[in-house]
Structure formats: C-alpha cells, structure tokens
Write a protein that binds this ligand. Structure first.
Ligand code: GRF
Length: 226
C-alpha cells in the first residue's frame, strides 16, 4: 500500500514544515509529505521544501482576483497530488467555506494559543495583556469559523514573570515543533477523526481542548485527555 500522502500549505518561515520533514525522515510521521504549496514568492518555506526535494508549488494569491479562484487553484494542486491530509503550517490566508467543506475531516492547522482562547493574530501579546498564566499551541481541524474548529491536541506552558511577546513566541514555537508531528502522525495512522462537531481519538470524542501536553525536556508529556 502506498504511504499516505500529506500536502503542506505554508506562507513564511517554514519551521513547522521542517519539523514535519524531520519526523518523516526519522520514520515518526508514518506518511510522506508529497507536496508543499506556498503562496508568497521568496518565502523560506519554499526553500525548505525544495531542499528536501519535495514537489513545491508557488500559488501566489496576488495573481487571483478572488479568493474562490485562488482556493480552486489550491484544490486542483492538492487533488492532483492525491494527498489524504492537508496540513496548514503557517498558512496565512483565510480559506473559503467551500474549500474548507471539500476537505472536511482532512484539513488541520496549528495555532499559537490554547484554543478556544485567542483565535486570530498577535496571540502572544494578547495573552500577556489579558494576564493569562498559561499559553501554548493547539492543533485543530479547520472548519468554516476562523481558528474555531474542533481541537485535537494542545501543548501548554506557564507564562513566566519577565516574559514578553518575543520570548513567548519562541517557547510556543518549540512546543509547536514537538506537537505538530505527533498529531499529524496520529492523523495519518487513522487515529484522529472528525465526527460531527467533535474531534475523536481512537473513536472516543475528545473534550474541548483535545489531548493536553506539557513539555518535559525535549519531549511532550501527556497531562490529560482534556
Ligand atoms: C506558527 O506560529 C503557527 O502556529 C502559525 O504560524 C506560525 C508558522 O511558523 N500558524 P512557521 O512558518 O512554521 O515557522
């Protein structure tokens, strides 16, 4: 049987893509990243993909008058690749409802906050302003509402006295690099499904924050199912 194929959509630095490629190389992903699509010319994520000898496509959103046309071009490329999972890794474009519906249950995203808290941009600054003591990253199914799809897993950290947005961003990104490969591997293995409005793990519906992890050294430790 061919390895399940993954398409990654990215816009910028591509560090999550690198983490996923690293997991693939070490056999932890259980699937192959067959296609990387970027939407910004010159973005580092495209170099990362090319360096890893992956099929790499630039679909520049500025070449399209309408979101629907841009998303249709994305969908053509994804469908031609036969990817089973579509993994957003710092993809900074809002996707249309019809695109999201087309890939329902196969489209996941990583977001730098503990969803459902702080959807949208600028999460680290907003967490500090709100005085929250916990922060982290979430992996969730993408549905029509922005950053509001069912959460599969979160990795959390404690905000330290002296933290600023940059220090938080750095520590959250390290969590992302541990969390995303793990969740993508579960998806590829068929352990994660989207059932109605909930994500399920091994057939069991997950609570609103999914499976929760904390970091211990270079590893994530599961602290609860929700
Ligand atoms: C990450 O913080 C991710 O959570 C957010 O965009 C950033 C992407 O970083 N969606 P990179 O391009 O993977 O380095």
């Amino acid at each position: 049987m061919p390895e399940p194929l993954i398409a990654v959509l990215a816009s910028g630095r591509g560090s999550n893509l690198e983490a996923l490629l690293g997991a693939e190389r070490s056999g932890r992903l259980g699937g192959r990243i067959g296609l990387v699509i970027g939407n910004r010319p010159g973005a580092r994520c495209l170099e990362v993909a090319r360096d890893a000898a992956r099929q790499t496509l630039l679909i520049d959103h500025r070449q399209f008058d309408q979101r629907e046309a841009f998303d249709a071009a994305l969908a053509r490329a994804i469908d031609a690749s036969a990817a089973r999972w579509i993994v957003l890794a710092g993809f900074m474009r809002r996707l249309t409802a019809s695109f999201v519906r087309r890939y329902r249950g196969r489209l996941i995203n990583i977001h730098p906050s503990l969803l459902p808290d702080f959807p949208g941009l600028d999460t680290h600054r907003r967490v500090l302003e709100a005085g929250h003591r916990e922060h982290g990253a979430s992996v969730h199914f993408v549905t029509e509402a922005l950053d509001a799809g069912p959460v599969i897993a979160e990795a959390r950290l404690t905000v330290r006295p002296g933290d600023d947005a940059a220090s938080l961003a750095g520590r959250v990104l390290e969590l992302e690099h541990l969390l995303y490969p793990r969740v993508v591997a579960w998806c590829v293995a068929g352990r994660v499904t989207l059932d109605g409005a909930r994500a399920s793990f091994d057939g069991q519906p997950l609570p609103v924050r999914g499976i929760v992890f904390e970091r211990s050294g270079e590893r994530l430790v599961r602290v609860s199912a929700g």
